[in-house]
Design a binder for this molecule. Structure first.
Ligand SMILES: Cc1cc2nc3c(=O)[nH]c(=O)nc-3n(C[C@H](O)[C@H](O)[C@H](O)COP(=O)(O)OP(=O)(O)OC[C@H]3O[C@@H](n4cnc5c(N)ncnc54)[C@H](O)[C@@H]3O)c2cc1C
Ligand code: SF4
Length: 565
C-alpha cells in the first residue's frame, strides 16, 4: 500500500491529476551525477533494471562555447547571445540562508550533474582522513577505513581515467592506475622545488582528464576550457562516461526533467516509491520501486529526505536519530594570486594544459615542524598557475594602461603567474544545518531548503596556518602577491563540496546510514552522494563519492540476489 501520511501534497490541495505507475521497478535511482550515474551504471552492468529520475535533461554539446575565441565571445555577447549555462537558476529553485550567514550554493540539474563542469581534482582519501574523528574524538568515527575503499579507488581510476604521478604518502595514497600526468610548467616546477625545501612537498596533480585514450574516448587536446564542458568528452562526466554504457545494457530507463519531491513509504515505513513533478508542466507523478538509491547531491538529497515525512517517519525519512540535515561541512579556502618577477618575459606560449594546475600540495600539517594546535588539516591547489588561461585575464584587468604596452606587460608576466589555494577541512558541527521551510515552497508546492552554516575557532586557527603557508611558500619561491588580503576566505560554500548531512556510522542513534550507505531505519533506501560522508577532509570528494557509490551498489546487488531486499 502506498501512503504519504502526514504530508500535504500539492495534489491534496489542488485538483492535479495523479497518474500512478502500474509498474514496480527493481531500483529507482534519483540523480545522475557522479553518485547516481555510478549507481545506475553499476546496477545495470549487473543486469538489474533501473529507472533513473533526473531533474534535468542532457546538456547540448553542440551549443557549448568551448573553443570560442575571446573576440568571438565578445561579439556573441554583444549580439545578445548567452554562454551555455549549466547552473540551476535560483529564480527557478530558490534556497534560503540564515540572516547574516550567506552560503553560496552551486547546483547543476541535468544529466551528469556537476560533473559537466567540475574541476576534476581526484584525490584518494587516506587512512589518516578516515581515522581523523576516531583519533581526535571530534564527532563520530567513520565506519570504514582505507582498506575497505581502496579496491574501489583502483576500479574508479581505471574506469574514468585519472592522471597523476608516482608519489605515495600517508596524506595521499599512491595508485597503480593513474594515467601519465602532464608536465608541470616552469612556475610550477619552481613551486615544487621550493615546497621541497620547506618540507611542504608538492606532487603531480591528480585529475580526471584523459591524458591517454580511455574506453575509446579521445585524449585531452589541452585546450584548457574544461569549465565550459568538453567537446571531445576527454574529462570524466557521468553523462558521457557512465549513462550511455548503462543505456546500452537496455536495463536503464531515464526520466528527464522530473523533480523528485518526496520518497513514499508503505505502512511498515519502507520506501516504496517517489513522488515527482514534471519540470515543465508541473504535473505530479509517482513511480514505484522495490529499492531506492538517492543521489541528488548532498543538499538536494537532504531536502528530499526531510520533506518525506510520514506517520512512520515524522522527522523526515530515516531520521529517528535527528542527524539528517545536521553536520553540513565542506572546506574553507583562500584564493591568493601573484607572479614571479624572475620569470617576466621568459616566453609566451599556449600553455592552457589540462585546464588549471598540473601540481598539488597534499596535507603536511601533521608532520613536524608544521604541527599546530587545531584539528585536521589542509592541502593546496594552484589552479591556473603559469597557464595562459590564468594570469592574462587577471593582469588585463589590474594593470593600468592600454594598447601594445599593456599587452607586453600582460604577456611578459604570464609565465610567472601563480595561484595559491589552500583547502582546509571544516569540522562537522551539529548546528551547521540544512532544514526545510514548510512556509516557503517552490513552484511545485515543495518546501524549500534552508542552509545555516558558520565556521568556528578550529577553522580560524587553520586559516592562520593556511595564510602562513601561502606567505612562506610565496616568499621562498620569489612570488610577488597581487591584491593580497591575508586570511580573507572565499564565500562559505564556494568549495562546492557539501558533505555529511546524512552521515554513515556504526551507531544508528548517531548516524543515518550503515557502512554500505544503507539507511539504518529504512533498509531498502541507500544514499550514495556526499551527504553520506562522516567527515569532509581537506580533499575534493568526487573520486570518493564514485568509489562509495560503486561499493554501496555492489552490496545492494548482492543483497538483491540473496533476496534480502
Ligand atoms: C565548478 C565546480 C568545480 C568542482 N571541482 C571539483 C573537483 O575538482 N574535484 C571534485 O572532487 N569535485 C569538484 N566539484 C564537485 C563535484 O562536481 C561534485 O562533488 C559531484 O558532482 C557530486 O556528485 P553528485 O552526484 O553527488 O551530485 P551532482 O553531480 O550535483 O548531481 C546531482 C544530480 O541529481 C539531480 N537532481 C538534483 N535534485 C534532484 C531532484 N529533486 N530530483 C531529481 N534529480 C535531482 C541533478 O539533476 C543531477 O543529475 C566541483 C563542482 C563544481 C560546480
Ligand atoms: S583541456 Fe582537455 S579535457 Fe579540458 S576541455 Fe580541453 S580537451 Fe577537454
Amino acid at each position: 500500500m502506498m501512503c504519504l501520511s502526514a504530508t500535504r501534497t500539492r495534489a491534496e490541495e489542488t485538483p492535479v491529476q495523479v497518474i500512478r505507475s502500474p509498474r514496480q521497478y527493481p531500483v529507482i535511482v534519483i540523480g545522475s551525477g557522479a553518485a547516481g550515474g555510478m549507481a545506475a551504471w553499476n546496477l545495470t552492468q549487473q543486469g538489474i533494471p533501473v529507472v533513473l529520475l533526473d531533474a534535468g535533461t542532457k546538456f547540448d554539446r553542440s551549443k557549448y562555447w568551448t573553443h570560442v575565441t575571446p573576440w568571438e565571445h565578445r561579439a556573441r555577447t554583444a549580439r545578445g547571445e548567452k554562454e551555455y549555462n549549466f547552473f540551476l537558476d535560483t529564480h527557478e529553485q530558490p534556497y534560503l540562508t540564515q540572516e547574516g550567514r550567506p552560503f553560496s550554493l552551486a547546483r547543476v540539474w541535468g544529466h551528469g550533474g556537476k560533473t559537466n563542469v567540475w574541476g576534476r581534482v581526484s584525490l584518494r582519501y587516506s587512512e589518516m582522513d578516515f581515522q581523523g574523528p576516531a583519533r581526535d574524538g571530534w564527532e563520530i568515527p567513520w565506519p570504514i577505513g582505507y582498506r575497505d575503499i581502496a579496491p574501489y579507488y583502483d576500479k574508479v581510476e581505471e574506469l574514468i581515467g585519472v592522471y597523476g604521478g608516482s608519489d605515495d604518502s600517508d596524506a595521499l595514497p599512491g595508485s597503480a592506475f593513474l594515467l601519465p600526468a602532464p608536465a608541470p610548467r616552469c612556475a610550477e616546477r619552481l613551486l615544487m622545488r621550493t615546497g621541497a625545501t620547506l618540507q611542504m612537498p608538492i606532487v603531480a596533480g591528480r585529475r580526471a582528464n584523459m591524458t591517454k585514450s580511455v574506453r575509446g574516448f579521445p585524449p585531452c587536446h589541452y585546450c584548457g576550457k574544461c569549465g565550459r564542458g568538453c567537446d571531445t568528452a576527454s574529462f570524466f562526466c557521468s553523462a558521457d562516461h557512465l549513462l550511455p554504457f548503462a543505456l546500452a545494457t537496455k536495463k536503464l530507463e531515464i526520466r528527464s526533467n522530473v523533480v523528485a519531491a518526496r520518497i513514499l513509504v508503505d505502512d511498515k515505513g519502507l520506501a516504496r516509491g517517489v513522488q515527482y513533478f514534471d519540470r515543465q508542466s508541473g504535473r505530479e507523478q509517482r513511480v514505484q520501486g522495490k529499492v531506492i538509491v538517492l543521489a541528488a547531491s548532498c543538499v538536494d538529497s537532504t531536502r528530499i529526505l526531510l520533506n518525506s515525512t510520514s506517520t512512520a517517519h515524522p522527522n523526515g525519512l530515516g531520521n529517528s536519530s535527528d542527524v539528517i540535515g545536521r553536520y553540513l561541512c565542506e572546506q574553507i579556502r583562500l584564493n591568493v594570486k601573484g607572479y614571479m618577477p624572475a620569470l617576466f618575459g621568459s616566453g609566451y606560449k599556449q600553455d592552457y594544459g589540462a585546464d588549471g594546475e598540473h601540481i598539488y600540495m597534499p596535507r603536511f600539517n601533521h608532520r613536524v615542524p608544521h604541527t599546530r594546535d587545531y584539528l585536521r588539516g589542509f592541502g593546496m591547489q594552484f589552479w591556473g598557475s603559469a597557464s595562459t588561461g590564468g594570469g592574462v585575464p587577471f593582469f588585463g584587468r589590474t594593470i593600468p594602461g592600454f594598447g601594445a604596452a599593456l599587452k607586453a606587460e600582460c604577456t611578459g608576466r604570464y609565465p610567472g603567474w601563480v595561484e595559491l589555494h589552500p583547502f582546509g577541512e571544516v569540522l562537522p558541527y551539529a548546528h551547521n544545518r540544512i532544514t526545510v521551510d514548510p512556509a516557503k515552497t517552490d513552484r511545485y508546492g515543495v518546501p524549500l531548503l534552508k542552509i545555516d552554516y558558520r565556521i568556528g575557532e578550529n577553522e580560524r586557527k587553520m586559516t592562520e596556518h593556511m595564510a602562513d603557508a601561502v606567505e612562506e611558500l610565496a616568499k621562498a619561491a620569489g612570488v610577488e602577491l597581487v591584491d593580497y588580503r591575508r586570511g580573507e576566505l572565499d564565500a562559505m560554500g564556494s568549495a562546492i563540496h557539501e558533505h555529511a548531512t546524512c552521515r554513515m556510522g556504526a551507531d544508528p542513534k548517531r548516524s543515518a546510514l550503515n557502512r554500505f550507505n544503507q539507511m539504518h531505519d529504512v533498509k531498502n533506501l541507500f544514499v550514495v552522494d556526499g551527504s553520506s560522508f562522516t567527515t569532509a577532509s581537506e580533499k575534493n570528494p568526487t573520486l570518493t563519492i564514485l568509489a562509495l557509490s560503486w561499493r554501496a551498489t555492489d552490496y545492494l546487488a548482492e543483497e538483491m540476489k540473496k533476496s534480502n531486499l
